[in-house]
Design a protein around this ligand. Sequence first.
Ligand code: 1GP
Length: 249
Amino acid sequence: KERKVEDYLRKRSGRALFFLLDPDKVVREEERYKEIVEELCPYATAFFVGGSTGFSQLEEERTIRMIKAVCDKPVVIFPGSPAHVAPSADAILFMSLLNSRSRKFLIEDQLEGALLVWRYGLEAIPTAYLIVGEGGTAGWVGDAKTIPLEKPELLAMYALAAKYLGFRAIYVEAGSGARTHVPPQTVAMIKKLLGNEVFLMIGGGIKNAETALSILKAGADGIIIGTLIEKEPEKAVELAKVVRESLGE
Ligand code: 1GP
């Protein structure tokens, strides 16, 4: 019972599609996003709700409830701060930004967040968050020493450390809206090191079905799509359809 969402995700390894919604954007155009969620729902493994800037628990909770009103897939918090821990979610990626220079993102925010997770009885999925390449807003806000994409061996060291520290999931982030996504060869190398013990999620700059499939086929357990939903929602739906069909679902 305790690992309900995590077990659900693990059963969908290699074909998990996560759609990320930023509450800061959603609350300003709730009706539009509601329609988008309805369209994405059949293809989604789960919805992630979160972002780096501009909102509080109020907007997080409102976004979670909006999704739950129209879609029966799990809703998982992808927190940018302890203020994003909200009671109606099914689970939270309980993350430490392992390549941050700041104690805040390594452990301090987690102290505050942990109390809320406990109070709300949320399922916590222990997740190592690693920011690579451009890094985007998350990299800047999170004070990350971003790992260059052309140095996959550095990412490998972090991934192994995360595994040995006992993290059950790893989220490799190229940054929201990144021009360059994590290369499939790098995904394959990391997956080989991690094995099936650790659930590997890849996000940032995935804009078409071809890229999405190449990353999943390289060994990612799941991929995250964010910006495409905001900028070209019809393309996000199309991507999801093509990925599901190509995976024979
Ligand atoms: C951001 O990795 C996610 O945290 C998704 O990235 O917005 O580029 O899809 P995109």
